[in-house]
Design a protein around this ligand. Structure first.
Ligand SMILES: *Cc1c(COP(=O)(O)O)cnc(C)c1O
Length: 467
């Protein structure tokens, strides 16, 4: 299996070669040259596999430069009880009115990013050890991604993490989660500034190519192909658990921001998984909902991006979106490049003539959920079923409800647990979300982090001293 770029300017490369890179050299995103297709008989033969076994089957289709037995070992290490608090790894939890939660948040940081990141941690360590090299992950986080990366990479050979976070601007739970890590390869840097300023420092240092090469800087952002590949697995898992017969259809509803999660659903569907609809849910930052409704893609400026009560979906542009557009434009890199050139020039592109295909060919539909919807949905689901859902998952449930069809299971991706967002839960049901037993003492653990003024040169000095 080789990989190419959506913009057409990269020689085909193997999985391990693209693993440690971000964007393709031509500014595009990497994708397999062709997608494997899974027939009904193969799909049926996977019903008895556990999660790690299924991950091995699916990931080995995309990763042919790591021996299968090694891949099986990496999957088993990533997806095991102890790392995840459910023996199923991804449990299905029935709600009401035809809806079922796909439990993606049983990992160490209580959010779905652990699903991909835990595998990434294993495969990074494997490839870096094989190549006898090291990597220093430099990133900025406002909460979820940074902590998932740190929990996946803590104690791993050959890799260190330098994570910038906005000082005093994360929730107490998120702070405790990140800053209580004592592993010597994890470095938390609390910047006296906002998230965007942390991001600017990361960009400035990563764009200094000489410095980047000398200090072996890398990233684990949401465009990383290995993360997308690992996410494809749980769509197959969800289908296998929710159906009993070949060809039976299910729909998935996905709370979306950077379009990484639902992109994996699109790829699973293209591989032949019987998916009826992919329901894309946004919050008030509805750039993607607008695209699927109108065909016009119009990212917002940072100033026009609202801070909402489902903060992990507060994005202005969707970093993985180009991979879907590549399929939509018949995998023609010239047309993809033209769209992004237009985006750079005019701030938007218009594919409204293709809008009817979004649903008819690809199963995509979309909807928006507001703060009031979120509170109402959390409250009514809790009242009717006793299940407490987090604000992001509530956006998914709210939008999914409009697309439920008789006889077709609707799986809503549970992207976080409510304990992470207790303020909104308190507002919705008048009480706090329960904290899982193993995390109840988290707030009392000693915290280890360095506070720094918001200056690129200070972070540069820190890297030089610690690498
Ligand atoms: C990252 C995240 C999302 C958005 O996922 P994308 O892959 O960026 O679309 C939704 N909910 C939660 C809790 C997240 O952490």
């Amino acid at each position: 299996m080789k990989y190419l770029s959506t913009r057409g300017g990269m020689e085909p490369q193997s999985f391990s070669d693209i693993l440690l890179e971000g964007l393709a050299p031509d500014g595009g995103l990497t994708l397999p040259v062709s997608l494997p297709v899974i027939d009904a008989a193969t799909l049926e033969s996977w019903r008895s596999l556990d999660y790690a076994g299924l991950a091995t089957e699916i990931l080995s289709l995309f990763i042919d430069d790591i021996p299968r037995q090694d891949l099986a070992r990496l999957s088993a290490a990533a997806y095991r009880e102890g790392v995840f608090s459910s023996s199923a790894i991804v449990p299905l939890k029935p709600l009401n009115q035809g809806l079922t939660l796909l439990g993606l948040s049983e990992g160490p940081t209580l959010a779905f990013k652990d699903m991909a990141m835990q595998f990434l941690g294993q495969v990074f360590e494997y490839v870096l050890t094989q190549r006898k090299t090291t990597l220093n992950i430099l990133g900025a986080t406002s909460g979820d991604t940074g902590s998932a990366a740190e929990y996946a990479l803590r104690g791993k050979q050959g890799v260190s993490v330098f994570m910038l976070s906005p000082y005093g601007r994360m929730s107490a739970f998120q702070r405790a989660q990140m800053y209580s890590l004592q592993d010597s390869n994890i470095h938390n840097i609390a910047i006296k500034g906002v998230f965007d300023e942390c991001q600017d420092i990361v960009k400035a240092l990563s764009n200094d190519l000489e410095f980047k090469a000398a200090y072996k800087l890398g990233a684990v952002n949401s465009i990383n192909w290995a993360r997308i590949a690992a996410q494809i697995v749980y769509y197959f898992w969800g289908w296998l658990r929710a159906t009993t017969m070949p060809g039976q259809q299910v729909s998935f509803a996905v709370p979306s921001g950077n379009f990484g999660n639902i992109l994996a659903g699109h790829l699973a569907r293209q591989m032949g998984l019987p998916v009826r609809r992919l329901v894309l849910a946004t919050n008030e930052n509805n750039v993607l909902e607008e695209f699927f409704r109108t065909g016009i893609y119009r990212p917002r400026s940072a100033a026009d991006t609202h801070a909402t009560s489902s903060p992990s979906m507060d994005i202005s542009r969707a970093s993985n979106f180009e991979r879907f557009i590549y399929d939509l434009l018949d995998q023609d890199p010239a047309r993809v490049s033209a769209c992004w050139a237009q985006l750079a020039q005019e701030g938007e592109f218009d594919l409204s003539d293709m809008q009817p295909l979004f649903e008819s060919r690809y199963g995509f539909v979309s909807g928006v959920s507001s703060h009031a919807d979120r509170l109402q949905t959390i409250q009514s689901v809790y009242q009717d079923t006793g299940v407490l859902i987090d604000p992001h998952t509530a956006d998914g449930v709210k939008v999914a409800a409009a697309y439920v069809e008789p006889g077709i299971p609707m799986l809503v991706l549970e992207t976080a647990l409510p304990a992470k967002f207790s303020e909104t839960i308190q507002q919705a049901i008048g009480q706090e979300a329960p904290v899982p037993a193993h995390l109840q003492s988290l707030a009392d653990l000693p915290q280890r982090f360095d506070v720094m003024d918001c200056q690129t040169e200070l972070v540069r000095d820190y890297l030089v001293r610690h690498i």
